[in-house]
Ligand binder design. Structure first.
Ligand code: IMP
Length: 432
């Protein structure tokens, strides 16, 4: 048996969904442990397109069990919509196939309103560019101990009590601080009691189920959302999401012991992208950046926003290797680099004569860093037909080899296109 964590090594959108989909083949359980419906990925299976924001894509396989851990924040309306879409597609989600942790916090309508109001009130330069899904305010309430958990809505009197306290506080903020309309206790109560009825059979103890699975020798795949540089502690704060995206949170966010994790796979896009505001040292503002964006289809699955594009950055990759304990890298979208005469990689930064090999803690410094590039010759061939590493042109192989050298981490997967067949699994972490 093996228990494997998948994380993004950059600013999200590294193509985790595709790798998760592939490795789900070998897993019995697939677990989300952080984030919420700020994440999203699209899968095309047998000509049908599925967009997932909360439910692990493992739900498409009949014999897999999907889990939404305590570290996730859940918008119940979004979750129920995802379940309905799957049912309509002939894949009904039954309680035996999905468990939602009773300790996962719920995104409430006021979280979304506050996310928007807060972002709106921030001055230019301070705006985060959030997805507007209420993620930050929901995690905020969790930390302030005001949050409402999935298990709470199953107890009407407890839920009423917590909701009343929250509505009183949020209405004060909405009307007095942000000059907005108040929200209605009755409307939210009605709406969430309805959600509670539908979700009740799915709410349970994820930690206990995972422990039983582990003892029974099952394979467990932990699916991270966003990326390492968006981690609330280790990312480019405050331009981050509100959860820990690093592998350590696979344990905290699901109730699974760290000593049972066997492998951590870091997903690394062959170049770099970022959505929303915040520093991005290797960002390109020229035709090359635009070409990467176009060729790579760099538009967000959740908000449809255009992604900023730039060269590969191994300072960022090395941060991810260190923070997550990455045991293997999965390089995605290698095909997007075909046709470039030269490929640049940021291997360190420079500012005012000082060299940086890691991200500085100060956001103002981080925003001003100049990347120090090394350059390699690019390849012109279309590589989407490559099915083995040996099928790649030597210049593409050299690029991959250089990433291994710079990160001191072996590459275990290469992806050269969106299709399932365009993925080369060089080493399977579930086959030890
Ligand atoms: P929030 O998670 O909606 O609070 O947004 C905070 C920051 O994280 C913003 O810059 C978002 O664009 C970014 N972000 C959140 N989720 C994702 C994701 O799944 N991919 C890429 N960026 C994300």
């Amino acid at each position: 048996m093996a228990n494997v964590v998948i994380v993004g090594t950059q600013w999200g959108d590294e193509g985790k969904g595709k790798v998760v989909d592939l490795l789900t083949n070998y897993a019995d359980y697939v677990v989300r442990f952080q984030g919420g419906n700020n994440a999203g990925h699209t899968l095309v299976v047998e000509g049908k397109k599925y967009v997932f924001h909360l439910i692990p894509s493992g739900i498409l396989y009949e014999n897999k069990k999907c889990m939404i851990g305590n570290g996730v924040v859940i918008d119940p309306a979004v979750l129920l919509e995802e379940m309905d879409e799957l049912t309509e597609a002939g894949l009904p989600v039954t309680p035996g196939r999905l468990t939602i942790s009773h300790n996962a916090h719920l995104i409430m309508p006021y979280h979304m309103l506050l996310d928007g109001a807060d972002e709106n009130a921030k001055k230019d330069g301070a705006k985060i560019g959030t997805t507007g899904r209420g993620i930050g305010p929901c995690y905020g309430d969790k930390i302030l101990r005001n949050g409402i958990k999935a298990g709470d809505i199953l107890d009407e009197s407890l839920f009423r009590e917590k909701l009343q306290e929250n509505v009183d506080e949020k209405n004060f903020l909405l009307t007095k601080k942000y000059n907005r309309d108040p929200i209605s206790f009755d409307d939210i109560l009605r709406q969430y009691l309805d959600h509670a009825e539908k979700l009740a059979p799915f709410i349970g103890n994820v930690s206990v189920e995972l422990d039983q699975a582990r003892k029974a020798g099952k394979h467990i795949l932990f699916e991270g959302a966003q990326g390492t540089q968006l981690d609330i502690d280790h990312g480019t704060y405050p331009f981050v999401t509100s959860s820990n995206t690093v592998s350590g949170n696979a344990c905290t966010g699901s109730g699974f012991g760290p000593s049972h994790i066997d492998e951590v796979i870091g997903i690394l896009k062959a170049y770099t992208t970022r959505v929303g505001e915040g520093p991005f040292p290797s960002e390109l503002f020229d035709a090359t950046g635009e070409a990467l964006q176009k060729k790579g289809g760099e538009f967000g699955a959740t908000t449809g926003r255009t992604r900023r594009c730039g060269w590969l950055d191994t300072v960022v990759a090395n941060e991810a290797v260190r923070l997550n304990g990455v045991t293997g890298l999965a390089i995605t979208k290698l095909d997007v680099l075909s046709g470039q005469n030269a490929l640049k990689t940021a291997t360190s930064y420079e500012l005012d004569g000082k060299r940086y090999d890691a991200m500085p803690g100060n956001i103002k410094t981080t925003s001003k860093l100049n990347p120090v590039y090394e350059e390699m010759p690019g390849w012109q061939e279309d590589i989407t037909q490559a099915r083995n590493a040996d099928d790649l042109p030597v210049k593409a192989r050299n690029y991959v080899k250089r990433i291994e050298e710079l990160t001191e981490t072996p590459v275990m997967l290469l992806s050269v296109g969106p299709g399932r067949e365009e993925t080369m699994l060089l080493r399977n972490p579930f086959e030890k």
